[in-house]
Design a protein around this ligand. Structure first.
Ligand SMILES: Cc1ncc(COP(=O)(O)O)c(C=O)c1O
Length: 417
């Protein structure tokens, strides 16, 4: 059996809607763009929605609309998809990282408080709040901690439909985003959306996504620097049809997530996703498991100060850094060996996420190395996404479970140094 990591949920409705566009020959800036924006806006409960050609474009436009400038700093988690941080670089600004909470995998409120108390200066002008894997940030706490001057953007690209204390994700900052690559809750092929209650931000983003054209719609006159970040009509039609089915799709994903919870509930070698109690609706994007560090410590030596997740990890001095790097690489090696076994037996999986600060070009630009954000590095060395999509069958989920447990048993007989 082969079970892919992800898959879209496309029915006749989606096919008919796209055919409608092709038959109309209106392939850009047509009625489906409007309809898609309308349905998203209502779903998020926001005043404005602007559909664009990717989640990255959506984040970039917001950063520009908020007047984020060269050399300014933007707080962000290092445990995210790379574009959450990259958009600061697009504007020659600097992403500054705050390490994560080892349970939620989101930026830690405690570390944020420490950063604001110790390192906050006027050049920190933006906060990119990422709801990682659809799990909400502790928004109430974050809104209390951040100085008023810092402009908040919500990267809710992975969190369409999620709710924190009854409030939809995407609505906590000046503007929020959803993304629609085919592994997302709903897809437009490629695409993203900005949601906001702020008319000025909306107008600026709308203009900049369309070559800086003004409200008059004059095609060859640009009022400001802009891009072609427009969403085309076929993508919008696909998104519109998917949104018509959002409740059905969300409940299927929830059901599949619950199946995994049931399957893995007594499997102590892995740790299941942690859903904080403030979550009134969990939006299921990916299903990420973590190798249990206690189990890993039966394969290689792991110091107790690393094994207790609730103790702060501080890497200080050359020797400590060297040992830390060796440890992280050893754990990574176990994870890679394990994931290779899954792949050989037809179960697709991926190490989710690789730390942003350790990406080759971030190391080069900023000199980051292992030990800079240890919780992110440790969690990243242990976490992996397993096949998850709304049409995954119970038979496939059972197979994934079986292969994972078998592979863990096989790993136990191997020697790691
Ligand atoms: C957290 C996060 N931010 C931003 C993006 C960017 O979206 P896109 O791939 O559509 O540019 C993604 C997409 O995977 C994401 O997961």
């Amino acid at each position: 059996m082969f079970v892919p990591l992800s898959g879209a949920d496309i029915t006749d409705l989606e096919k008919r809607t796209i055919m409608d566009v092709l038959n109309s020959e209106r392939l850009a800036l047509g009625p489906y763009l409007e309809k898609f924006q309308e349905i998203i806006k209502e779903y998020a409960g926001m005043k404005y929605a602007l559909a664009v050609n990717s989640g990255t474009s959506a984040l970039h436009l917001i950063i520009r609309a908020l007047d984020f400038q060269q050399n300014q700093k933007m707080i962000v988690t290092p445990f995210t998809f790379i574009s959450s941080a990259n958009v600061a670089l697009f504007e020659k600004g600097v992403p500054v990282f705050v390490d994560i909470d080892p349970h939620t995998y989101n930026l830690s409120v405690k570390n944020l408080k420490e950063f604001i108390d110790k390192d906050y200066k006027d050049d920190v002008t933006a906060f990119m709040g990422v709801d990682v894997f659809g799990v909400p940030l502790e928004w109430d706490e974050i809104l209390k901690i951040l100085p008023d001057k810092i402009k908040i953007i919500e990267d809710s690209c992975e969190a369409l439909g999620g709710e924190y204390k009854g409030r939809k994700l995407g609505t906590f900052g000046k503007a929020g985003t959803y993304a629609f690559y085919p592994n997302k809750q709903i897809t437009t092929g490629e695409g993203g959306v900005i949601v906001t209650d702020d008319e000025e931000i909306f107008d600026l983003c709308k203009s900049m996504c369309n070559q800086g054209r003004g409200k008059s719609g004059e095609w060859l006159i640009s009022e400001r620097l802009g891009y072609n970040y427009r969403m085309d009509e076929m993508s919008a039609a696909l998104g519109f049809a998917q949104m018509k089915r959002i409740e059905e799709i969300s409940s299927k994903r929830k059901e599949k997530a619950m199946n995994y919870f049931e399957l893995f509930q007594s499997e102590e070698r892995v740790v299941l996703p942690f859903i904080p109690q403030e979550v009134t609706s969990q939006s299921w994007f990916v299903f990420v498991l973590r190798l249990n560090l206690d189990w890993v410590s039966e394969l290689i030596h792991i110091p107790t100060w690393v094994r207790n997740f609730d103790l702060p990890i501080k890497i200080e001095g050359k020797q400590n850094r060297k040992e830390w790097k060796e440890l992280i690489n050893k754990i990574r090696n176990i994870l890679q060996t394990f994931l290779k076994k899954l792949s050989e037996k037809g179960v697709e999986s991926k190490n989710y996420f690789y730390p942003v600060h350790l990406q080759p070009f971030y190391r080069k630009m900023f000199g980051y190395e292992e030990g800079d954000f240890p919780v992110t590095e440790l969690i990243s060395s242990l976490t992996f996404a397993i096949p998850f999509f709304s049409n995954i069958s119970l038979e496939e989920q059972n197979y994934v479970y079986q292969i994972i447990t078998d592979s863990l048993t096989e790993i136990k007989n191997e020697t790691f140094v």
